[in-house]
Design a binder for this molecule. Structure first.
Ligand code: LLP
Length: 437
């Protein structure tokens, strides 16, 4: 990531701070988040999209805060020009505490509670993305009771299947999100919104998946949404002013993937919108996107301390080192859940020892507790060594658990040689305090 480098003696340095010093001062495991890198990535998205859409109707970039919802992160990205996408009351509370104005917040979710909708309305959120016909009327009724209007987008399932893993692909037909374009449910939802005076129809929304490296799915989805928008304009006279193309931009986890940079993404999407609107004869909408992973993922790494190393003889006669660290599936579930690839690197010293096939595993009570499935590590890695696993800024802390009653690590922000926890590490006392039996 941005400000990670090796010092002369081979130690890793992040945000101007030595990994050894961070580990001894703040403990391990710890998520280390490079503030300058998060800010730079946020700014790059904002600059790219506002630039590419300047000659259309403009663009907004929302940070999908599910990737890492923290007050500091929401504040940083908002300062860099992003709005914030929240998918629960908890993420909404964090964004509001970060000082993000309601108007710059979007509320998502396929099963929002009445309480969440009411809090969002009272906060004056800029958009609520409705995800079912039932929700349209429930939201309209609630807005009416509160004497407020509600700005609405309709989440459309375009049928595009994209992304890294079935669990995170979200726009094919047979899954829980959105209203289907093919079956006519999306159009029915649009008409239902138009029929309710409490609701203002801002536009259509689509999120096709996550960890996407190929832009063609976005282009197909954008085309489909713009056709529906033109159809609605023709039938009802209402030209929706906005279009949201969701998030999902992939990152490099191990150095082998080459994700398109934000300018390339923005230019490709602007070209599709321009062309489709010309063909359809409709003025272009203001476009928004919602990157999460691409903003924080590469800016975070996890530091672990090695506890024990065990060689295992494989069926083919080869050997694999099981390198056990002081965290595991409770701080990074992605390897076990999605078969995700990560890499690891020795963080506290240089080693000239020949590399050996290694697997980085955690301290939990199951064999699926793997952090890095396959990595070549120096053969002398041993107890006390520090390991860094890069690209853990997104969906690490936000999906962490207390399995085996392991306290969740804190998020340590580093910048210009200064470090501070922006999410403090849990303690056993925190966990015991919840157990009131
Ligand atoms: N917008 C919507 C409506 C979403 O559902 C999502 C992600 C995003 C934006 C942001 O997607 P991103 O840019 O971060 O890919 N836990 C999974 C990822 C789940 C993503 C869910 N929705 C993982 O660890 O890979």
């Amino acid at each position: 990531s941005g400000t990670v480098r090796r010092t002369a003696d081979g130690s890793l340095e992040v945000g101007g701070l030595d990994a050894r010093a961070l580990a001894s001062a703040y403990g391990t495991p710890v998520y280390v988040l490079d503030e300058a890198d998060v800010r730079a990535r946020a700014r790059a998205f904002v600059t790219a999209f506002t630039g590419a859409f300047a000659d259309l109707a403009g663009a907004d970039v929302y940070y999908a805060s599910k990737a890492l919802a923290s007050v500091a992160v929401d504040r940083w990205v908002h300062e860099e020009g992003m709005s914030v996408d929240v998918s629960t009351g908890g993420e909404l509370a964090v964004a509001l505490r970060a000082g993000v104005p309601g108007g710059a917040i979007a509320l998502h979710g396929n099963n929002k509670s009445d309480g969440e909708l009411e809090r969002a309305l009272r906060a004056g959120v800029g958009r609520i993305v409705v995800d079912s016909l039932e929700e349209v009327d429930r939201l309209a009724d609630l807005a009416g009771e509160l004497g407020m209007g509600a700005p609405v987008m309709v989440r459309v399932t375009t049928g595009v299947h994209a992304g890294g893993h079935d669990f995170i692909a979200t726009a094919h037909e047979d899954q829980k999100f959105g209203l289907s374009l093919a079956s006519g449910a999306a159009r029915r939802a649009v008409d239902a919104v138009l029929a309710r005076p409490e609701l203002t129809l801002l536009g259509l929304h689509s999120h096709i998946g996550s960890q996407i490296l190929d832009l063609s799915g976005f282009e197909v989805a954008a085309g489909a949404l713009l056709r529906l928008r033109a159809e609605v304009a023709g039938d009802s006279g209402t030209l929706m002013p906005e279009l949201d193309l969701g998030g999902g931009y992939g990152i490099s986890y191990t150095g082998t993937d080459a994700p398109p940079p934000p300018e390339q993404v923005a230019t490709a999407l602007a070209d599709v919108v321009r062309r489709a609107c010309e063909e359809l004869g409709t003025p272009p909408p203001r476009v928004s996107v919602e990157p999460g992973r691409a903003v924080v993922g590469p800016a975070g790494l996890t530091l672990y301390r090695v506890g024990t190393v065990k060689p295992v003889v494989l069926d083919d006669g080869g050997e694999r080192r099981y390198v056990s660290v002081d965290g595991g599936m409770s701080d990074n579930i992605r390897t076990a859940l999605y078969d995700a690839d990560y890499t690891a690197t020795l963080a506290g010293r240089r080693s000239e020892a020949p590399a050996v096939a290694s697997r980085v595993v955690g301290k939990h009570c199951e064999s699926g507790d793997v952090v890095v499935r396959d990595v070549l590590l120096p053969g002398d890695v041993s107890r006390g060594d520090l390991l860094a696993v890069p690209a853990t800024g997104a969906y690490g802390r936000s999906m962490a658990s207390n399995y085996n009653l392991v306290p969740r690590p804190g998020v340590l922000a580093v910048r210009d040689g200064q470090a501070r926890f922006v999410v403090r590490p849990e303690t056993e006392d925190d966990l015991l305090a919840l157990d009131v039996g």
